[in-house]
Design a protein around this ligand. Structure first.
Ligand SMILES: [Zn+2]
Length: 303
């Protein structure tokens, strides 16, 4: 008997160590997730910024091209105006009719050119207006994303530095937690940890593994209830522990479980009060039988 108790105490201490190790591993898991996700989230943000920046550059290129066109047209118009003025002055000063006709034709030619140029100018200005509107539409998004990228870059660098420091701390803790765990059990733990999703050690509240939801064979379940050896789920290989043994080092967990069980019992009792059909049926039958007996008795007695 004392041998069994010793085994059980030793068993509980191993479970305690494994749970501590798992707690550290859960934290390592979370920290690694941060280290893994932060850069890819940042890249996503940066990619959307790059897309908007490219669109913005494209619009700015168009605008600068249109402005060049606009100033070229303006320059040409100025030159025309000067030539027209010069020709008109020449017209005033002409002596011969022949010369007058020549200068008049010259003026006509200059005026003929001015209409298509004016049309071109209107088209350029309209396109410029459209592009400026598009630019102002995209500008807010551009500034917003640029601010986000700069802010996220700063926080991410801090976040990664903190996560790396935390990871170093946790690996020291992990070393500390695992040093007292018997090697074969630690190796089983590691085997599961690298192959399966968390957690490695799971508490059973019934004959079913809570991780893979497969029933544990009755023989294994009975051995589990004895609580002397660390057992594995025959299906998923996770380390399985009877719930009460799992909570042996956790008074708060025990309290929460007791409260939960009391709540369940109260709910069941309330339901039983509300729906007493099956019992009532039995009662009716019994009462009916009793009535039949009691009815029969006086009759028999009377006869
Ligand atoms: Zn399982």
């Amino acid at each position: 008997m004392s041998q069994t108790t010793d085994n059980h105490e030793y068993y509980l201490s191993q479970i305690h160590q494994l749970k501590q190790l798992q707690k550290v591993d859960d934290q390592i898991y979370d920290v690694k997730k941060v280290l893994e996700l932060a850069p890819s989230e940042f890249k996503e943000l940066q990619d959307s910024f790059t897309r908007v920046e490219m669109q913005r550059n494209h619009i700015n290129d168009k605008i600068s091209h249109l402005r060049d066109q606009e100033s070229r047209i303006n320059r040409e118009m100025e030159e025309e105006k000067a030539r027209l003025k010069k020709s008109k002055n020449k017209l005033m000063a002409t002596g011969s009719e022949k010369e007058f006709h020549a200068v008049s034709r010259e003026i006509d030619n200059i005026e003929k050119l001015s209409q298509p140029r004016e049309d071109e100018r209107i088209a350029v200005l309209e396109e410029l207006k459209t592009q400026l509107e598009q630019l102002s539409g995209i500008e807010e998004q551009y500034i917003d994303l640029k601010t986000q990228v700069e802010a996220r870059k700063a926080t991410m660098e801090t976040q990664i530095k903190e996560a790396e420091a935390r990871l170093a701390e946790l690996s020291v803790q992990r070393e500390e937690c695992s040093k007292d765990i018997p090697l074969p059990i630690f190796q089983r733990y590691e085997f599961i940890r690298v192959r399966l999703e968390h957690p490695v050690i799971v508490p059973l509240a019934e004959g079913i593994c809570p991780s893979c939801h497969i029933a544990v064979p009755p023989q294994t379940f009975n051995e589990l209830l004895r609580g002397e050896h660390i057992l594995s789920c025959p299906n998923c290989q996770r380390l399985i522990v009877w719930r009460d043994d799992y909570l042996a080092d956790d008074p708060e967990g025990q309290k929460a479980l007791a409260e939960e069980q009391a709540r369940l019992r109260a709910t069941e009792a309330a339901e039983a009060d509300r729906e007493p059909e099956p019992e009532e049926e039995d009662d009716f039958e019994e009462e009916a039988e009793e009535e039949a007996e009691t009815e029969e008795a006086p009759r028999l007695g009377a006869e």
